[in-house]
Design a protein around this ligand. Structure first.
Ligand SMILES: [Zn+2]
Length: 297
């Protein structure tokens, strides 16, 4: 082989290696596009004969899973961008069928992953509250529910369903507040003597009316704060009536809204209610409810 041929061979080999490396990098880049930037995270399920509540870290969004031996209820589904993360959570927790999927209202931080959840799992019932949206993702979710013939229910105050020993009751909205957040579905879950109150994105006005309507019935062991712990939710009046042992706020790290708000934090502090924030306890804030006791896991 001449010196010239040798040089040509080396150059062509180098070019071939560089082209191959660039192609691999391009494929990896394209595969990553449109998916969750953070790696999917698994959760070790709590072995229990009773109810386990998982407040999943859905970033600046909501996603709560209530699991008992007979089945499960999923309340809100996180953002569309985080759908693979949500599915990874559910998968790692051994979810096979979702007895009830609840979308509390028509905002994407609550319904965003619903379509993917319906595609990935058998969903028996779909409780769809809090107005409607013309957003593409929302309409796609409705289409999927229809195509899969999922029993779809529009909630109203007083509507209730059960999964095993778990009793789920819709407490609100009590009327049309002319605002999607305020109109979101408020759920009370009772398991034996334990009560969990999920406030979705409601605020002061709706809270006050719930206290007037339900009185003692509003008391709960675990309160998921309204509207990610915003300044306009969780009034002292409401907190005194609910008298929770634990408060949970579903918030993203360094979120643009400054949730949970300092004023909400101080109202909780005043009544010595510990505040537990999802992103600080990623991948999930977990409670086991035995029907008598509520145990933080
Ligand atoms: Zn929200």
């Amino acid at each position: 082989m001449t010196r010239k041929k040798k040089i040509l061979l080396i150059i062509s080999t180098v070019l071939l290696v560089v082209t191959a490396a660039l192609s691999v990098a391009l494929v990896i880049h394209l595969t990553k596009q449109g998916t969750d930037e953070r790696p999917p995270v698994g959760i070790t399920p709590v072995e229990s004969r009773d109810l386990v509540v998982y407040f999943l870290d859905a970033g600046q969004a909501d996603c709560t899973l209530l699991m008992c031996p007979e089945g499960c209820v999923l309340v809100d589904t996180g953002l569309y961008e985080d759908r693979f993360r949500t599915l990874a959570y559910l998968n790692s927790l051994g979810v096979k069928t979702i007895d009830w999927l609840v979308v509390t209202h028509a905002h994407s931080d609550h319904y965003g992953g619903a379509d993917s959840v319906m595609e990935a799992y058998r969903v028996d019932n779909f409780l769809l509250g809090g107005g409607i949206s013309t957003a593409y993702g929302y309409e796609k979710m409705l289409e999927t529910a229809e195509r899969k013939k999922i029993n779809t229910v529009e909630p109203f105050a007083g509507y209730r369903f059960t999964v095993g020993e778990m009793i789920c009751e819709v407490l609100g909205p009590l009327r049309d507040y002319g605002d999607e957040n305020m109109n979101s579905t408020v759920l009370k879950i009772t398991y034996g003597q334990n009560v969990i109150l999920l406030m979705a994105d409601t605020g002061f006005e709706a809270e006050a009316e719930l206290v007037v309507r339900y009185g003692e019935k509003i008391r709960a062991d675990i309160l998921k704060l309204g509207h990610h712990g915003s300044a306009y939710s969780t009034s002292s009046y409401f907190l005194k009536a609910v008298h929770p042992r634990y408060a949970v706020a579903s918030c993203g790290k360094n979120n643009d809204y400054g949730h949970p708000a300092p004023s909400t934090r101080s109202r909780l502090l005043e009544l010595t209610v510990p505040l537990i924030i999802t992103h600080e306890n990623s991948p999930a804030v977990i409670f086991e409810c035995t029907g008598e006791e509520v145990i933080r896991r």
